[in-house]
Design a binder for this molecule. Structure first.
Ligand code: ADP
Ligand code: MG
Length: 731
């Protein structure tokens, strides 16, 4: 008897009817906002005027903070935190493991004469040395070299989790190489700030800073903790490696935007309360397409803070889910045949004068500004589509991209038919100087019409990986478990490079005697022509698109190893080096880390699958087969040789069928284990990942198919693994 599954189901039935974790949302959520954040208001209250000005300069202009001021800030942080019951502090950072990291130190400091005080200094605030030799570093920092250190990032506010003060930090090696997601993100923010501010001088000289904004939408599944524990594959790999699809799936579309179950609602409410206190401005919650799948989204924020908030949310979610006896699945594809989870990254650029640069304005001048940033972004994606693709590549996301439910692995840009026709008009702009008539026509009939167009532009293409949605671009192919920083770094970098080039081209034309507007129209016209291929308005899920995309010369990098190979193209490494976001060594190290992570993920899945197949599936199948054999023997005994054959026909058929499937599994497992061995012997990271992809992963299906067939044959009572219908339809 497969006890774990049934014990889990029993406790679940008990739990799901109780409402002992009922959560009430205070009527004024806003009063909780930033309660646990060392926010601007808190700083104003706790710091001297001098210190406050200094930290604001550090945040807004990136200026260096004098040490005595850092001491003041540290003491203020400590006093504020201790008043809220905090005893420890930690540098909170985002290493390349994908999780967040922290090492808690106490404020408690013994002094002479057996006394002790609570102490926190500027030194400790600014820098920490985590014992971090086991974080991924792609060979940059072997154990004999100097250690890495974390450094305070004052642009993201400190916050309290439990009884710990968390100080957002970056993580670098002593030789200066970045070892995390945040440091390159900060560099990319500087690049795009500089490039976009320069371009903005054509339109508005008051702009002195441009900041990317990010609004993420986080999809996730919730599974009952007891059921989760009963599935070794979920526990060890975050996804189910086996399991027959349920009779009812998402065919009825009855989950999406449906009413939220009580237990889930309590989880969501508590999560929202916690988010509010941490300053994460969550505003949206709803069911997603698949059963037991949900989504959460905040108001957009400056990209740096938004990235931290998403990482923080993923942590907080897991903890709060526990309290409600749920486990959060952030895996991109936890269930075969059921929609996977993504994380849409909405990206735009905003100025220190309060303008959204991807939002059309009220007059033709503002709209030319909009078109400039809009078209430059499209051009940037056209030039660097493969880099964007590589940035979202992971073993998990491979299951999603191109699986007819998520954007395909082909990067294209959707802008809606009306904006598309505006671009087609602009494509016809005369070369060189424009006649007064043409200028008027452009102003009135093309550029001038944009706001009206967007008002009723409700075009939504859910199949596009990169879609313009009225005042921002939505990057829809990012994986649900990914750190947003990587995609944001790429977006900022490619936009920065593109805007730099644009500025140079416009300036060159102005030198030849063209007016500024004429020069801009001339350059944009060429960009539109060059970027035509990446723009696609049709169904991204269709077979036809893959064929059409190939004709257009667009890449279709279907797997992570392919995408990561492309990532090392000189064009991309040059970009990073030119913008000083990564050194060549860092690019190589990161690429290697990602390849290694890919191979390891597939390797673990292979081992777990082999274990479950051999130790759970085969024994259960044989157990049931024995029962059948007993039954057949019994029939023979009672009815005799001739009559029993007719009576035991079905059983005999099943017995044979079970044997067939069992041997198919056995052969599959042997082949799988052998392929693993071969993969391990491959030295080169790229080749190893490719082997895992092409020769190891492909065997999963060979084992899964007969196993899922057995699930349909074996007595439900003997089946050891919690079934899809139980995982997906009990809440
Ligand atoms: P949908 O599900 O249709 O994509 P949502 O309202 O769920 O729409 O998500 C829209 C997301 O876009 C939100 O997270 C929102 O904060 C974000 N967003 C809106 N304006 C901007 C902007 N200027 N920059 C970045 N993100 C933005
Ligand atoms: Mg969306």
């Amino acid at each position: 008897m497969s006890t774990l599954r049934f014990k889990a189901l029993e406790t679940l039935a008990f739990k799901s009817y109780r409402n002992d974790n009922a959560v009430e949302i205070p009527s004024k959520l806003s009063e909780l906002f930033c309660k646990n954040v060392f926010s601007e208001d808190t700083m104003r209250e706790y710091l001297t005027k001098e210190a406050f000005t200094s930290i604001m300069d550090a945040i807004k202009k990136g200026s260096k903070m004098p040490r005595p001021i850092a001491d003041q800030v540290a003491v203020a942080m400590k006093d504020w935190a201790m008043a809220k019951g905090v005893t420890h502090y930690t540098h909170w950072f985002q290493p390349l493991t994908g999780a967040t990291a922290e090492k808690h130190d106490s404020f408690f400091t013994p002094i002479e004469n057996g006394k002790a005080i609570e102490r926190f200094s500027g030194n400790l605030l600014i820098q920490q040395e985590p014992d971090a030799s086991s974080f991924p570093n792609g060979g940059i920092r072997n154990t004999f070299e100097a250690r890495g250190y974390t450094a305070w990032d004052p642009t993201s506010p400190a916050f309290i989790m439990g009884t710990t003060l968390c100080i957002p930090s970056i993580f670098i090696s002593y030789t200066g190489e970045t070892l995390d997601y945040k440091a390159p993100l900060l560099r990319s923010l500087q690049s795009v700030d500089k490039a976009a501010t320069d371009v903005m001088q054509y339109f508005d000289k008051n702009v002195t800073k441009v900041t990317p904004t990010l609004g993420w939408e986080q999809e996730y599944f919730l599974v009952d903790s007891a059921l989760y524990q009963s599935r070794p594959d979920l526990v060890l790999t975050g996804k189910t490696l086996l399991g027959h699809s349920p009779a009812k799936g998402q065919q009825l579309d009855d989950h999406y935007f449906g009413s939220i179950p009580t237990r889930v609602m309590n989880f969501m409410k508590e999560l929202e309360i916690e988010c509010m206190k941490l300053g994460i401005p969550v505003t949206t919650r709803h069911n997603e397409v698949a059963p037991n799948q949900f989504e959460m989204a905040p108001m957009f924020e400056e990209a740096n803070v938004a990235v931290d908030h998403n990482s923080l949310l993923m942590d907080v979610m897991a903890r709060i889910a526990h309290k409600h006896h749920f486990h959060v699945l952030l895996h991109e594809k936890p269930f075969a045949g059921v929609n996977g989870s993504g994380k849409h990254n909405n990206w735009s650029l905003s100025t220190d004068t309060g303008e959204n640069l991807l939002s059309p304005g009220k007059n033709p001048k503002k709209n030319l500004q909009f078109l400039t940033f809009f078209i430059n972004t499209i051009k940037a994606v056209n030039e660097y589509a493969d880099l964007l693709r590589a940035g979202i590549a992971s073993a998990n996301n491979d299951h999603r991209l191109g699986a007819n439910e998520a954007p395909p692995a082909i990067i294209s840009v959707f802008i809606g038919s009306q904006l598309y026709s505006v671009l087609s008009e602009l494509e016809k702009v005369t070369e060189g100087k424009l006649s007064p008539d043409e200028k008027t026509d452009l102003k009135l009939n093309v550029v001038g019409k944009i706001p009206e167009i967007l008002l009723d532009n409700t075009d939504r293409n859910r199949t596009s990986p990169f879609a313009f949605t009225g005042n921002k671009f939505e990057i829809r192919a990012v994986g649900s478990s990914a750190n947003c920083a990587e995609t944001m770094t790429i977006m900022n970098a490619i936009a920065a490079k593109q805007l730099r080039d644009f500025k140079a081209e416009v300036d060159a034309l102005v030198e030849t005697g063209l007016k500024k507007d004429e020069a801009i129209f001339n350059v944009l016209r060429e960009y539109i022509k060059q970027s035509k291929n990446i723009m696609f308005e049709g169904d991204g899920y269709s077979e036809d698109w893959a064929i059409e995309a190939e004709k257009r010369g667009l890449s279709n990098l279907k797997t992570t190893p392919e995408a990561l190979k492309r990532e090392m193209d000189k064009k991309f490494t040059d970009l990073y080096e030119e913008l000083e976001i990564f050194t060549h060594r860092e690019i190589e190290a990161r690429n290697e880390i990602k390849l290694e992570k890919y191979s390891t993920t597939i390797d673990i899945e292979a081992r777990v699958l082999a274990d479950i197949a051999r130790n759970h599936i085969i024994p259960s199948a044989l157990n049931y087969q024995n029962r059948l054999i007993e039954n057949v023997k019994g029939l023979k005994e009672i009815f005799g040789e001739t009559e029993f054959k007719e009576l035991a026909k079905e059983q005999m058929h099943l017995i044979k069928n079970i044997s067939g499937n069992v041997s198919a599994i056995k052969l599959g497992v042997e082949a799988l284990l052998e392929a693993r061995e071969t993969a391990h012997a491959i030295e080169n990271g790229q080749e190893r990942a490719t082997y895992f992809c092409e020769k190891v992963k492909t065997l999963f299906e060979v084992i899964r198919t007969p196993s899922d067939d057995l699930e349909m044959m074996v007595d439900d009572e003997l089946w050891p693994l919690t079934k899809y219908r139980e995982l997906l339809f009990t809440r």
